[in-house]
Ligand binder design. Structure first.
Ligand code: ISE
Length: 333
């Protein structure tokens, strides 16, 4: 399709404001048509700056005839009703992760999307669009290094976004990225997850587990180790090392460039948060979504990918509480 995609953004907090700016200023073939947020002053300021309309009610934005596609950056608790409103209106939706907070609502979303007969939902697992992660996946798929055996992920944030931070949030909001990357790199489902609770940093409230170490077992027997450390005080560090039969690959070194075991070097800076670290990935993700909406193709993580991530996060929260591995069961849809 030729023309310009009129995008509505729901939720203009940190990530939504970043996406609104991206749609308005950096992505081609798209225009920021409208924004919605419960904080009307925040929505009004942004809309004025970027030349968009404010629509007070998110569900009205989803149905608005002058909005062609919707980018959801609202809290996960309201994703289900907002995605369903977009599907009812037959509109494509790019939904920030997590798709939903529980398996029941994820199933309802996947079923509602299937009933439309179209691939309308893309989930915002932006790392798949990061040039280094994409290059790493390309090398794995080429078979040059043989079979993928292990993945080691490190995921550190500078500090928790607010004082309400709880252990479960590290699983739902942060580990969920590693869930998607593990499924993406192996091309398999995760069958069990074991969340370990090492000694916590003294910088969190009593009873909060930070850092956490999670171990995924993949359907084919591969293993993924994950460190998630929210109050690391070092900055935004996200790295991934894939270990194959004939060598290893690393994405996300602070000094940049896909690393093979023969490389060496040091000297970069660590980003403060996900926006600078994954700026290129977000740009490529939103551009790919806009192009797919206009050209009628589906790209990126699907609603099923979002459902699978929610199922693993639910199992992870059970494991966090019990201290034992938890099996992941995916519905047969
Ligand atoms: C946040 O929502 C993100 O998606 C970031 O990528 C992640 O590092 C952070 O822990 C989450 O809270």
């Amino acid at each position: 399709m030729t023309g310009t995609l009129r995008v509505g953004v729901v939720g203009v907090g940190v990530m939504g404001a970043d996406h609104a700016e991206r749609v308005a200023r950096r992505v081609s073939r798209a225009r920021l048509a409208a924004v919605a947020d419960p904080d009307l002053a925040r929505a009004g300021d942004l809309a004025e700056r970027l030349g968009a309309r404010v629509i007070a009610d998110p569900l009205t934005l989803c149905a608005d005839p002058e909005v062609d596609a919707v980018l959801l950056a609202s809290p996960g608790t309201v994703h289900e009703e907002q995605i369903l409103a977009c599907l009812d209106a037959g509109k494509p939706v790019l939904c920030e992760k997590p798709l939903t907070l529980d398996l029941g609502s994820a199933v309802r979303v996947v079923e509602a999307e299937r009933a439309t007969g179209r691939g309308l939902v893309q989930v915002g697992f932006m790392r798949r669009f990061d040039p280094e992660y994409a290059a790493l996946k390309g090398v794995l798929d080429s078979g040059d290094l043989g079979r993928l055996l292990l993945v080691h992920n490190v995921h550190r944030n500078l500090a928790a976004p607010n004082a309400a931070f709880r252990s479960e949030m590290a699983v739902r909001d942060s580990l969920v990225h590693e869930v998607d990357i593990a499924r993406f790199l192996f091309g398999e489902e995760i069958t069990s997850v074991h969340v370990l609770s090492p000694a916590s940093t003294s910088l969190v409230a009593a009873g909060v587990v930070d850092p956490q170490v999670a171990i995924f077992t993949m359907a084919g027997g591969g293993v993924v180790t994950n460190e998630v450390f929210i109050n690391s005080r070092t900055g935004y560090e996200v790295r991934c090392e894939a270990v194959c039969e004939r060598g290893s690959l690393m994405a996300g070194r602070p000094w940049g460039g896909l690393y093979r075991t023969s490389d060496a070097g040091w000297g970069g800076t660590i980003a403060a948060d996900y926006r600078p670290r994954f700026a290129t990935a977000y740009d490529l993700e939103v551009q790919a979504w806009v192009d797919a909406c206009l050209d009628g193709e589906r790209v990126g993580p699907t609603a099923w990918d979002g459902l699978a991530a929610t199922a693993v996060a639910e199992a992870g929260i059970r494991s966090l509480a019990s201290g034992r591995p938890a099996q992941v069961s995916l519905p047969a849809l």
